[in-house]
Design a protein around this ligand. Structure first.
Ligand code: AMP
Ligand code: ZN
Length: 464
């Protein structure tokens, strides 16, 4: 496989540290509010990456952190007059519900920062002993950037442009240098009841050190892939590299992959700009979660994506087409036996093309292009009844296989039990030539958003 590695600014062949195994760390949500679909662009990209790696035969071990302690979680819990734990539990649960709706594979671990304070303090102590960290008068501890010569490599910062040496005597920070960043934040009254004891007095961890500690705790001092949105490159990931390399004297991360932003009217979708939709907002407008998934998965992760509701309509159409093919293939009559060598050839080609496209830095547009070319060919063969029962099963396998990556065709919530029962009742009515009853049920289903069609292969349904 090939991936664009942010740190080397080029596409590179992917070689995991251990053959066949991939250790993957993905920066997770700050749980002070519902995640918006911009955040989910990052999580869907990481889901696509994980599924594509698995599709190519790798065994992936994924860790995603939950940031449950930072300025935002503290501020919100005080505002809402609830404990930090109560607030972050609520939004962590909501996050898991949204992951489920979007059919995102669960990471193997979801460590929370508040459960790693001891390990965080230990890493800061190591940095302090090695001369990479110093305590300021307010009880905060800062990382001494001037001591780490590789600083700025990930974000491609020009060392001449970085302010070096300017001492900042500012009440709030008391840093030696403007670019030094907090590893530990000394307690302030605004933090209310939230604090931990440490060798530097009462305080709490900085955000960046949380990820250095939790990633290396589970994945070791050197692992394969680390992801996040492009806004994480600097300062978050740059600082993670500085802390982890200086504390652990190892390579830390081999491949850095970053997704571009989801935009609304050409601006980044973000909570601070107020131009965001949550998954809940979009679903309450009547859109389906798989349409959101498809919009987010179907454009290349390194391109900016402008979010519009009409994209959701187009996505639903594409999914409906795949599902219609799925159902028509299931309805091929077991007695049809013609042998069509073309089908076998098409099937081999599509799986190969789909895999190769994804292996090229997750080229999803090319993968979907190949898929829909195949879909159209199979529809044409179905229309002329030129697919045998056995061949239809092979085509279903192809769809199941591509859906291991796309995750939009087979949907556990697709038909409610009531709808399924109505379809069965209509079948019985038709067998009994009770056309009035069969039409009544058809209209009832239409009212529920399900269209019924009687085709040469039997009755099929699709969403309106
Ligand atoms: P946060 O909860 O702000 O730490 O963000 C969680 C993840 O979402 C990070 O990987 C961010 O880079 C990513 N992210 C935030 N906003 C957007 C956006 N508009 N488009 C794509 N990714 C985003
Ligand atoms: Zn992180």
């Amino acid at each position: 496989m090939k991936f664009y590695n942010t740190i080397n600014r080029k596409k590179e062949d992917f070689k995991p540290i251990k053959d066949g195994q991939v250790k993957l760390y993905t920066c997770g949500p700050t749980v002070y509010n519902y995640a918006h679909i911009g955040n989910f662009r990052a999580y869907i990209f990481e889901d696509l990456l994980r599924r594509a790696l698995e599709f190519s035969g790798y065994n992936v071990y994924q860790v995603m952190n939950i940031t449950d302690i930072d300025d935002k979680t503290i501020k919100r819990s005080i505002q809402d007059n609830v404990s930090l734990e109560e607030l972050t539990d609520k939004y962590t649960d909501a996050f898991f519900e949204d992951l489920d709706k979007l059919n995102i594979l669960k990471a193997h671990e979801y460590p929370r920062a508040t459960k790693f304070v001891k390990e965080i303090i230990e890493m800061i102590e190591t940095l302090e002993k090695k001369g990479y960290a110093y305590k300021a008068d307010d009880g905060s501890v800062f990382f001494r950037v001037s001591k780490f010569s590789d600083y700025g490599k990930l974000a491609n910062l020009n060392p001449n442009e970085m302010k070096i040496g300017g001492r900042v005597d500012n009440d709030e920070y008391e840093k030696e240098e403007i670019r030094d960043f907090a590893l530990w934040k000394g307690y302030k009254v605004e933090d209310g009841p939230v604090s931990w004891e440490s060798p530097w007095g009462k305080g709490r961890p900085g955000w960046h050190i949380e990820c250095s500690v939790m990633s290396t705790h589970y994945l070791g001092s050197s692992f394969d892939i680390h992801c996040g949105g492009v806004d994480n490159i600097f300062p978050h990931h740059e600082n993670e590299i500085a802390q982890s390399k200086c504390a652990l004297d190892d390579k830390f991360v081999n491949y850095w992959l970053h997704n571009e932003h989801l935009l609304v009217e050409n601006q980044k979708m973000s909570k601070s700009l107020g131009n965001f939709f949550t998954i809940r907002d979009v679903l309450s407008k009547g859109y389906k979660p798989e349409a959101i998934r498809y919009v987010l998965i179907s454009s290349h992760y390194r391109q900016k994506l402008n979010f519009t509701l009409s994209r959701l309509d187009d996505a639903q159409k594409a999914i409906n087409k795949l599902r219609e093919l799925w159902r028509r293939l299931h309805n091929v009559n077991p007695e049809v036996e013609i042998k069509n060598e073309e089908v076998e050839k098409f099937n081999k080609m599509i799986l190969n093309d789909f895999k190769l496209s994804l292996e090229d830095d997750l080229n999803i547009s090319e993968a979907l292009g190949a898929l829909f070319t195949w879909v159209n060919k199979i529809f044409i063969l179905l229309d002329s009844s030129s697919i045998s029962y056995l061949e239809s099963r092979e085509c279903i396998k192809v769809l199941s296989n591509v859906d291991l990556v796309l995750g939009v065709i087979e949907n556990k919530n697709e038909l409610s039990e009531k709808m399924r029962n109505l379809i069965a009742e209509r079948e019985t009515a038709r067998e009994n030539k009770n056309w009035e009853e069969s039409d009544r049920i058809r209209d009832l289903l239409k009212g529920m958003g399900v269209l019924i069609e009687d085709t040469p292969e039997g009755t099929i349904w699709k969403f309106k």
